[in-house]
Design a protein around this ligand. Structure first.
Ligand SMILES: [Zn+2]
Length: 367
């Protein structure tokens, strides 16, 4: 017999929800939340990126004298996920090998819905609980990136302490820091001329770009910053002085100021060597930075310990919705809900891990 959280999980796994088409799961979640009497606010931020589903905000009222807690998970899954057949082997759920499972991140969504239902029925000894269900995470954190915070805060101010349920590995891992990343795209312009007859009339864009790249630092710049250039293009016959050269790259750091400084350095080198150029930069995602001195992480580790699980703080390497929430001022921790081999057709879910995290969260909420 399925437990309640397994029932919810099975329901939502079977609702197909690729990025930008999370409609069916979104409808299920909204219906579920309304049914248990949660307050719901929808941010129709999907219009900014062509999705079909809003970001869902919900609140279960509790004892307002206690510090509130916000939970987050995303509703989209990585393809191929259509026609999913769940194969259940005791505490492992997998697929028949032709699709992903979508445990990333429906294990997080199911855990949140279970907790919402559980605490909606209880008297208000728990703190205010907030729930944020984001869409489009797998295609560049589109939902979280585009939340219209001014509107949200008018309707519902989610608690600053945020736990994101969107990671794999053993229960007890508590991730609290991740780098941010900027992408840049540079075009250096020179002047075309015949390379043999009148080279003095030309200005070689490749040579100018090369001087910039020769002085710009690359690789591991310091303990929290790395950078790379991975594309350079300019293609002319050997007798033509090239008048255009383009290169692109990225810089990652756990420190936003270092990201900004790196881009300033790139700009001043371009100024120095290239004169005529364009520099486009794009924030791929901001860093996830710990701002509370570890209070949230420590509280979650003690909650795991109360379940007999050894908890541990962790630094992660990539971007997720948490990076954007961190930038918005939330204290963020990311927990494992048992997803494994995500983004592949070998994906499986460890239900025991999902339930351990759920138990630890209940301890965290009630203490
Ligand atoms: Zn995910």
């Amino acid at each position: 017999m399925l437990t309640r959280v397994e029932e919810i999980l099975e329901d939502i796994l079977c609702l197909h929800s690729p990025s930008k088409q999370e409609g069916k799961v979104t409808e299920y979640i909204i219906g579920f939340l309304e049914n248990i009497g949660a307050e719901v606010y929808l941010d129709h931020n999907q219009k900014a990126y062509g999705g079909d589903s809003p970001t869902i905000f919900a609140r279960i009222k509790g004892d307002e004298s206690k510090e509130g807690i916000t939970l987050n998970a995303h509703t989209d899954v990585v393809p191929p996920n259509e026609g999913l057949k769940i194969i259940k082997e005791e505490s492992i759920w997998r697929t028949d090998g032709t699709t992903t499972l979508g445990g990333d991140d429906k294990a997080g969504v199911a855990t949140m819905l279970f907790l919402a239902e559980h605490y909606a029925k209880k008297d208000e000894k728990h703190p205010d609980l907030y729930f944020i269900f984001t869409a489009g995470e797998e295609q560049g954190m589109l939902g979280a990136r585009n939340i219209q915070w001014n509107e949200v805060r008018k309707h519902m101010e989610p608690a600053k302490r945020m736990v994101i349920l969107d990671s794999g590995g053993d229960a007890g891992k508590v991730a609290y820091q991740a780098p941010g990343c900027y992408l840049y795209d540079v075009t250096v312009r020179g002047k075309k001329a015949h390379a043999g007859i009148e080279p003095e009339k030309g200005s070689n864009a490749i040579v100018k770009a090369a001087k910039v790249l020769a002085e710009l630092p690359f690789g591991r710049i310091d303990h929290e910053t790395t950078s790379n250039t991975s594309m350079m293009t300019s293609d002319f016959p050997s007798n033509v002085v090239p008048d255009v050269c383009r290169f692109t790259g990225e810089v990652r750091s756990h420190n936003m100021e270092k990201l900004d400084n790196y881009l300033k350095e790139l700009d001043s080198l371009l100024e120095k060597y290239a004169e005529d150029y364009s520099l486009e930069t794009e924030l791929d995602y901001p860093p996830l930075v710990q701002k509370d001195g570890g209070v949230l992480v420590d509280a979650l580790i003690s909650s795991y310990r109360a379940m007999g699980i050894e908890g541990q703080g962790e630094i992660i390497g990539g971007g997720s919705d948490g990076n954007f929430f961190s930038q918005e001022g939330f204290d963020v921790a990311v927990l494992s809900v048992g997803m494994e081999k995500v983004h592949t057709t070998e994906e499986y879910l460890r239900l025991d891990v999902m339930k351990q995290t759920m138990q630890a969260l209940m301890h965290f909420i009630e203490n």
